[in-house]
Design a protein around this ligand. Structure first.
Ligand code: HEC
Ligand code: HEC
Ligand code: HEC
Length: 496
């Protein structure tokens, strides 16, 4: 029986379509290597257009002059939102703009395979973007067409004189709901993307080819928890050396020698297997800009699960550079939690002196001293960008602390699955975390990023989206019990 089963299964696995992730910065893309020639669909399209930095505050006018964006229909554009951050001794202001015709209207993307001498060949891949204000329209679940102005170096929250001003347009589509897929010609030397909102412009990416045997698509992450010292449960103060296993789609460990690429190798693109690390160069901002490309690998531990909630503690950003950061404690938050980056933020955010440091796929977290007994939850999330395919994946495990007896959580929010299922389920959107008990271990407020708190994140996304498909003010869409406070992070009417 087993034999028959695997014979039937094998061709299905081989025929697994591969998602294509495209990123164009001012119309330019890095060359993409295709491994073999599987069926492909579009998983992510990001077009980022950045006007040269200015010393004067011109709003987003520079985008209307920039050759890559000046033919877009900007009619109706207006500022809808503003965000301030502390950046060392100065402030960073961001202003967000929506409602331009090109942002609102339906548009279409067409991707062609191109063979030698620039000849288009084979069937193109077509992606409908749908409308901004109509839930469910278009092929992609996440559709964010916006512009922003970044003012870096404001002296105070009221004074941006002397700052550097950058205007950027962002066209972001991800999470494909449709089954549209094609095989590009095996001898394609490039792909060309056309977008109906900017007719006549062709965005080109060069293609290279590698044999299928030299690299396997797909991505899975596993979090291996060692046996506790007493064989039954971990105790307060005990160190847990987790083994984070990164695998390709066939389950092969990508780093069998347990050595991960150094941060410097990642920065230099000497990272053939495509494991992504945190990069602040992306300048991501919740909802509006490129969060899905951040590639931040985190490992967390929090519990007991029945006590989890949005932490009242605010994590001081400096603590991120510690070997592990305490994100919640029993006295203040009712539960305890720790997390750390992989690599540690001392490497990715630090002075730069540690970028060549070798590190492994072992991440050690210490059960906090104040840990109450019960079931704890640990999670890891990561991104792999390999051969044109980008996948964000996560793993969640539970473990016992202080007692062999499991405890259970009664969630305060729910109904998420009404909208998040199948292709739009939690395993497929954003960072692929599908166990909602795990959210709290990574989403506490940060001193430099208060919006990292879970409620702020979830309220931000859904209230800014005009594709939510429900009234955000009807709190019971998600909340299962009566509420005492306002929805932090929510924006009324998406700012319009
Ligand atoms: C292992 C850590 C971790 C866990 C667990 C986790 N997140 Fe995140 N989350 C992140 C990080 C880091 C980011 C920033 C973007 C990135 O790197 O993917 C993020 C980003 C987000 C965003 C912002 C997306 C955007 O487009 O701006 C939302 C919303 C979010 N998470 C919700 C959740 C929810 C809901 C859960 C639980 C189901 C969860 N997260 C679990 C680490 C985590
Ligand atoms: C009424 C439908 C609906 C419900 C209910 C809903 N969501 Fe969503 N969610 C959406 C839509 C639509 C998007 C995409 C929004 C966009 O990009 O414009 C989304 C996006 C997300 C994302 C991905 C964000 C990103 O940047 O990729 C996360 C995470 C998420 N929702 C978490 C939740 C959680 C947790 C709940 C329940 C507490 C929930 N959602 C309930 C419709 C819903
Ligand atoms: C899209 C889903 C969604 C909607 C709609 C929503 N919330 Fe929330 N809210 C959440 C999530 C997720 C959390 C995080 C806590 C959790 O899941 O237990 C949260 C947390 C909160 C908290 C903090 C609770 C705490 O643990 O400290 C408050 C207060 C809150 N929401 C108020 C509101 C109000 C008021 C509305 C309606 C105007 C609203 N929310 C609408 C998803 C939602």
């Amino acid at each position: 029986m087993k034999f028959v089963f695997s014979i039937l299964l094998a061709p299905v696995l081989l025929a697994q379509p591969v998602g294509l992730s495209l990123l164009f910065n001012n119309g330019e893309a890095k060359p993409i290597t295709f491994y073999g020639n599987p069926v492909r669909f579009v998983h992510e399209i990001d077009l980022v257009f950045t006007a040269p930095a200015q010393a004067a505050d011109l709003g987003i006018d520079p985008l209307m002059k920039l050759v890559q964006t000046n033919k877009l229909d900007w009619a109706g554009v207006k500022m809808v939102d503003e965000d301030w951050r502390v950046t060392g001794s100065t402030f960073k202001r961001q202003r967000f703009y929506r409602n331009a015709k090109w942002m609102n209207a339906a548009s279409q993307f067409t991707i062609y395979g191109v063979t030698g001498q620039g000849k288009r060949a084979g069937r193109p891949l077509v992606v409908q973007a749908g409308r901004d204000d109509e839930a469910g329209t278009g092929d992609m679940f996440v559709r964010r067409f916006v512009a922003r102005q970044i003012a870096d170096g404001c002296k105070t929250r009221a004074d941006c004189a002397g700052a550097q001003f950058i205007a950027q347009a962002l066209v972001q589509l991800r999470v494909n709901k449709s089954a549209k897929a094609v095989v590009f010609p095996a001898d394609a030397t490039g792909i060309e993307l056309e977008w109906t909102a900017n007719p006549g412009v062709i965005y080109k990416a060069a293609l290279k080819h590698a044999p299928e045997s030299s690299g396997t698509y797909g991505f899975q992450v596993e979090l291996k928890v060692p046996q506790p010292a007493n064989g039954k449960y971990f105790v307060a103060g005990e160190k847990i050396p987790y083994h984070v296993v990164f695998r390709d789609g066939k389950g092969a460990d990508l780093f069998r020698d347990r050595k991960l690429p150094t941060y410097a190798q990642f920065l230099r693109d000497e990272n053939p297997l495509g494991l992504a690390y945190y990069s602040n160069r992306i300048d991501s901002t919740v909802y509006y800009a490129l969060k899905h490309r951040e590639g931040n690998i985190l490992v967390s531990l929090a519990g007991p699960v029945e006590k989890l909630g949005v932490a009242k503690s605010l994590l001081n950003g400096d603590r991120l550079l510690d070997p592990e950061a305490v994100i919640a404690n029993t006295a203040t938050d009712g539960y305890s939690g720790v997390f750390t980056g992989l690599p540690n933020f001392a490497i990715s955010l630090g002075s730069g002196t540690k970028q060549e440091e070798q590190f492994s796929d072992t991440v050690t977290l210490t059960v906090p001293k104040d840990a109450a007994p019960g079931t704890y939850v640990s999670a890891v999330k990561a991104r792999r960008l390999f051969g044109g395919e980008a996948l964000n994946r996560a793993a969640v495990v539970t473990l016992q602390v202080g007692t062999p007896n499991p405890t259970a959580r009664k969630p305060a929010t729910g109904n998420c699955e009404g909208c998040h299922q199948g292709s739009t389920g939690f395993a497929n959107v954003l960072h692929g975390v599908s166990d909602r008990r795990a959210c709290f271990g990574c989403h506490m407020g940060l001193s430099f990023e208060p919006d990292n708190a879970l409620d702020v994140r979830v309220h931000s996304i859904h209230s800014r989206s005009r594709r939510f498909g429900a009234d955000f003010q009807t709190c019971t869409v998600c909340h299962l019990s009566p509420l005492a406070g306002a929805a932090r992070g929510a924006l009324r009417g998406a700012g319009f």
